[in-house]
Design a protein around this ligand. Structure first.
Ligand code: MN
Length: 497
């Protein structure tokens, strides 16, 4: 029975990717499945299902998002090093270095355990670093988490709480910041019943009736506007009624706002009409037509095309009074904006361009991280909702090969050199930042590419560097090196006597 199910799931996965990826990549996906299937043989999930159902579901999710085959292959293998007798080395031998690195990234994140606020900041920071090293790891982690949430009811209550809370406080905000609307919504809605079971029950009980009433109203409106668009020679690619039932948790958060006070009838965008039109010009034309038909509710017109939200979200929103005095929200966007709203950065993610070397896309991504950090610092409200303050005193710099090094604010090339390796520090004679020679006292900034210049004959650090080092780790490494030299000289002196 289970065997049958697994066969069907694998067939579905292959069907999802066939034609989209090269035959070689599809074959690699098959091989990765066989490899993982063998490795996990005999293992059973707490849900009672064979273990392989989990990596398979994870891979399926990534395939449905249309992501790069490397992520699908790595996701099939993602629990192999931790949970089976096969190792990362075995994966590297069979699937190459790139896949092995991705799997390693996921395994590293897997050891994080969220335990209240103390560990919260640390976990968030690790996610952030993993992301800056290779964002594909985060995509796989999201898919992994989604499937784990789907089988969460099988775990003991303590674990359920921990995983659900971590999802709401760490995973969902990150998905939101990457503007992956679909993932954010799914993560939240799966975690919601575990954290607020009573409110979840309350909401799912009161929602259907209110929803049906509004849906009828919107069907009527949809017919009216469709007619008008025809008269004006505009053919929307898609008009759909969008229910907030898909995003229960975000609806719940809205209900908790003081001015709404749990009154569902005050949520005007419980369902909205979403119009997808061919061009940006059409977006504004459609907005004009709607305002010609219905009077807008003052203060509800939002032009997120001219001024996108911080996460990049673009659309026109307006809320209007209908002829019956009802209130209805419209969301107007192009297909491209729609894809960005649903898939976020993943919508543009094509990793094929990178040969493992640092490239313009990675730099752009790093730049976005830096922007994000800045925004987090500038935005009080954001800090209140998500306590990202842990990033406030960290910078992320790069080695010439593109490895990301995480240092405290105010760090100098000396800290960088000792962070990479004590020997690099001890032999350091200078540094280049973004190809420019700099003073060793220079403070580094996020996004800087640092190259340390060494003299291989140099024996010991300069004692003055103790002043330039920002971290105590660096200072202790410098002291260790200085002490070694002193001891060596003393022995030499004694030898001469
Ligand atoms: Mn997993």
């Amino acid at each position: 029975m289970a065997e049958e199910q697994i066969k069907n799931n694998l067939a579905l996965l292959i069907e999802t990717i066939e034609g989209k990826y090269s035959a070689d990549d599809v074959e690699l996906v098959r091989l990765a499945f066989d490899f993982a299937d063998q490795a996990h043989r005999g293992q059973i999930r707490i849900s009672g299902e064979p273990y392989i159902t989990h990596p398979l579901a994870t891979a399926q999710k990534l395939a449905e998002l249309g992501l790069d085959p490397t992520m699908i292959i790595a996701s099939l293998l993602h629990d192999v090093p931790e949970d089976t007798s096969l190792t990362l080395k075995d994966i590297e031998k069979n699937f190459g270095e790139e896949i092995a690195k991705l799997v390693q990234g996921i395994t590293k994140l897997g050891t994080l355990k969220y335990r209240g606020m103390d560990r919260y900041a640390e976990n968030l920071r690790k996610m952030f670093i993993a992301m800056s090293e290779d964002i594909r790891v985060i995509f796989i982690k999201f898919a992994d988490r989604l499937h784990n949430l789907k089988t969460l009811q099988c775990l003991p209550p303590g674990k359920q709480q921990r995983i659900a809370l971590e999802t709401l406080e760490i995973y969902a905000p990150i998905a939101d910041r990457l503007s992956m609307g679909i993932i954010k919504g799914e993560l939240e809605d799966l975690a919601f019943p575990f954290i607020y079971p009573e409110d979840y029950k309350w909401l799912t009980e009161i929602l259907p009736q209110e929803y049906r009433t509004k849906e009828k109203l919107l069907e009527k409106i949809q017919n009216v506007v469709t007619e008008k668009f025809k008269e004006n020679n505009i053919t929307p690619e898609n008009i759909s009624i969008q229910g907030r039932t898909k995003h229960l948790y975000s609806l719940y958060k809205k209900l908790l706002r003081p001015q709404i006070n749990r009154d569902l009838s005050k949520i005007y965008d419980l369902i909205a009409l979403r119009l997808i039109v061919p061009t940006i010009a059409d977006c504004y034309s459609v907005l004009g037509i709607i305002h010609n038909l219905y009077r807008p509710v003052p203060g509800t017109i939002n032009d997120y095309i001219a001024q996108p939200k911080p996460n990049g979200y673009r659309s026109l929103h307006t809320t209007v009074f209908t002829a019956d005095g009802e209130i209805v929200e419209f969301q107007i966007r192009t297909q491209e904006m729609h894809a960005e709203a649903e898939f976020g950065v993943a919508a543009h993610w094509n990793y094929k361009e990178s040969g493992g070397q640092i490239n313009s896309r990675q730099l752009k991504w790093l730049d976005e991280l830096v922007q994000w950090q800045k925004q987090i610092k500038d935005n009080d409200q954001f800090i209140q909702t998500v306590k990202f303050d842990v990033f406030q005193n960290r910078i992320f710099v790069l080695t010439p090969k593109g490895d990301v090094i995480d240092l405290p604010e105010g760090a100098t090339p000396i800290d960088f050199a000792y962070h990479v390796h004590s020997n690099l520090g001890n032999k350091c004679v200078g540094a280049k930042v973004n190809d420019q020679l700099v003073n060793l006292a220079q403070q580094l900034k996020s996004g800087d590419i640092i190259e340390i210049i060494i003299d291989k004959n140099r024996k010991s650090p300069n004692p003055d560097w103790l002043e330039l080092a920002k971290t105590s780790v660096t200072r202790s490494k410098i002291r260790t090196a200085l002490n070694k030299i002193k001891t060596a000289e003393r022995t030499k002196l004694e030898g001469k006597k």
